[in-house]
Ligand binder design. Structure first.
Ligand SMILES: *[C@@H]1O[C@H](CO)[C@@H](O)[C@H](O)[C@H]1NC(C)=O
Ligand SMILES: *[C@@H]1O[C@H](CO)[C@@H](O)[C@H](O)[C@H]1NC(C)=O
Ligand SMILES: *[C@@H]1O[C@H](CO)[C@@H](O)[C@H](O)[C@H]1NC(C)=O
Length: 304
């Protein structure tokens, strides 16, 4: 079976957007938002991709000649008050996290009658999902995976320290700053992210099919450790090119995640160190209290 079958690009679940009527957002108290015309300043280029709630284009700054990425969210898709609050939350979170080298930085927010536009750093390297697909073996060496995973953990810790839980960690949301190189990753898409205090617990199903933590699926309370689960799934994929918990349908995938039985099939895991498998097993524990924390993972022998 081809690797692609095991690693499909999937959309997140959790928030729903539909076309019913137009809402006008009020960003007037938002210092980074500008009501001057987006078109006066920028020109949209090629489409880079679309997400649940918006389309991302390359965008050219006519004044500075710089190229950025622009996420355009159609206002007609923001139906209920919560939809608007969610966009505001995403912007707010991106502003709070801006400045970290491994986070896609938000430059400006524009709003006109039809769209909210987020002008962001452009990552020319595409996303990690595509990067894995272009690798010859559809998986990374332990050396490369370690380098990438270390950056991922550090940026997850940064989010958590700043009171933010991402809730949608997956290869599609990890961009590469430059093409063909895993040396600098950039975390993006904070559409499912929210604030969380130390010791606080959240409820509500957010995430993406193969990456969502079992405690979220079972409707239990969860916290930052749910992001660590998703990071563990990503590590498994980096090393093997396959998802650890597979089902042909969403339902059977969720059953596999809740059962949390890890398998390391001999191809390719026989070629991968025992230490890597030990680390993955300790991260992908279905019990949040037993799951390694980010600092514990960084301390694991495989990470050295
Ligand atoms: C914007 O600021 C004004 C005055 O500072 C305040 O009265 C108003 O409630 C604020 N609006 C929003 C949406 O926060
Ligand atoms: C942008 O490019 C145009 C055309 O190439 C050039 O005339 C202009 O000086 C450039 N502006 C900046 C700020 O580099
Ligand atoms: C998250 O929950 C786990 C298990 O309930 C707990 O052990 C851990 O301390 C919590 N983490 C934070 C940062 O509150």
């Amino acid at each position: 079976m081809s690797c692609c079958l095991f690693l499909p690009a999937v959309c997140g679940i959790g928030r729903c957007w539909a076309d019913i009527k137009t809402w006008v957002l009020s960003w007037s108290n938002d210092s980074k938002s500008t009501l001057t015309s987006f078109e006066d300043r920028y020109e949209l280029g090629i489409e880079l991709g679309s997400r649940d709630c918006g389309v991302i284009h390359e965008c050219f700054d006519k004044r500075s000649n710089e190229t950025w990425a622009c996420k355009s969210i159609a206002k007609k898709r923001l139906i209920i008050r919560d939809d608007i609050l969610n966009v505001k939350l995403e912007v707010d979170i991106m502003k709070r996290l801006s400045g970290h080298p491994n986070i896609v930085n938000l430059k400006e927010v524009y709003e006109d009658a039809n769209y909210v536009r987020l002008v962001m750093e452009l990552c020319t390297g595409g996303d990690l999902y595509d990067f894995i697909q272009t690798c010859e073996a559809k998986r990374l060496s332990e050396f490369s995976a370690r380098h990438l995973f270390q950056q991922l953990l550090l940026v997850i810790m940064y989010c958590h320290e700043n009171g933010v839980i991402h809730r949608d960690l997956k290869p599609e949301n990890i961009l590469l700053a430059t093409k063909g190189s895993y040396f600098s990753i950039k975390l993006t898409d904070f559409g499912f992210a929210t604030y969380i205090q130390p010791e606080e617990k959240l409820r509500g199903v957010f995430g993406t099919r193969f990456y969502i933590a079992p405690e979220i699926l079972t409707g239990k309370e969860y916290n930052q450790t749910a992001d660590i689960w998703s990071a563990g799934v990503i590590l498994y994929i980096l090393l093997s090119g396959k998802v650890p918990f597979w089902g042909a349908t969403e339902e059977t995938t969720f059953d596999a995640i809740m059962a949390a039985k890890l398998h390391f099939p001999s191809d390719p895991w026989d070629q991968i160190s025992v230490s890597a498998k030990d680390l993955i097993t300790k991260i992908l524990s279905p019990y949040p209290t037993k799951r390694l924390t980010a600092p514990q993972i960084l301390d694991h022998p495989w990470m050295k």
